[in-house]
Design a protein around this ligand. Structure first.
Ligand SMILES: [Zn+2]
Length: 214
């Protein structure tokens, strides 16, 4: 991580980028690299009884608070959960995202895994590949995992990042998402288990594990 980097993290829901890459994000920004989290949905499905505007405001605030801790920027798109690909087509998001990436010129993109059982996560993976193919200047492309706790079946090269110094920031950022009913259920012990397991690969306390796919 010596030369200055610009990182973009694609995130289906507002807390995915923190669960999947929060420690790495904080590490990058501490080393004066710029990180932008792109959140694809506000996630109204977990609060169907609340007005859309209320959920948006809540999610926005939680994400801004979490991003402040990790020192990254974040932006939202308003795709409906479980209808990502439909909305992506209808809203011509491909062009929007290509323009965003051409403006930001990331050196690395992190996105969801195609092996993730959550349909929105897999949709973001597909969208990422489609947009990536349009780019003139290709960044490195990595994937992170949310709901595949044990291991990937994939044989892509691994990137392990030592997050021992930023792991507590990651946890603090995660606590900001009090309204994310679905993901707050993401078991704490699973996160600990994965972080320690990935850390052991580097003989360090906590790690995050990514796969380079492009
Ligand atoms: Zn998610």
């Amino acid at each position: 991580m010596s030369r200055k980097e610009k990182i973009i993290v694609f995130s289906a829901h507002s807390d995915d980028f923190v669960i999947g890459a929060g420690g790495t994000i904080a590490k990058y920004t501490q080393q004066k690299n710029k990180v932008l989290a792109v959140v694809f949905s506000y996630g109204e499905m977990s609060h169907p009884w609340l007005k859309k505007k209320v959920v948006h405001k809540m999610r926005y605030k939680e994400t801004v608070d979490a991003s402040r801790l990790l020192r990254c920027r974040s932006i939202f798109y308003d795709l409906r959960e479980r209808k990502f690909l439909e909305d992506y087509q209808a809203k011509n998001m491909k062009e929007t995202l290509v323009q965003l990436l051409e403006k930001e010129k990331p050196t690395k993109i992190f996105t969801h895994s195609h092996e993730d059982p959550h349909p929105d996560h897999r949709a973001v993976h597909e969208i990422t590949l489609e947009v990536f193919n349009e780019l003139q200047q290709k960044p490195e492309l990595y994937m992170y995992s949310i709901w595949n706790p044990v291991s990937f079946k994939t044989h892509y090269p691994s990137l392990y990042v030592d997050i021992s110094k930023t792991f507590s920031l990651k946890l603090k950022a995660l606590w900001k998402f009090k309204s994310q009913k679905v993901h707050v259920l993401y078991p704490f012990f699973l996160l600990m288990y994965k972080s320690i397991k990935d850390g052991m690969k580097m003989r360090t306390r906590f790690g995050e594990h990514f796969f380079r796919i492009k």
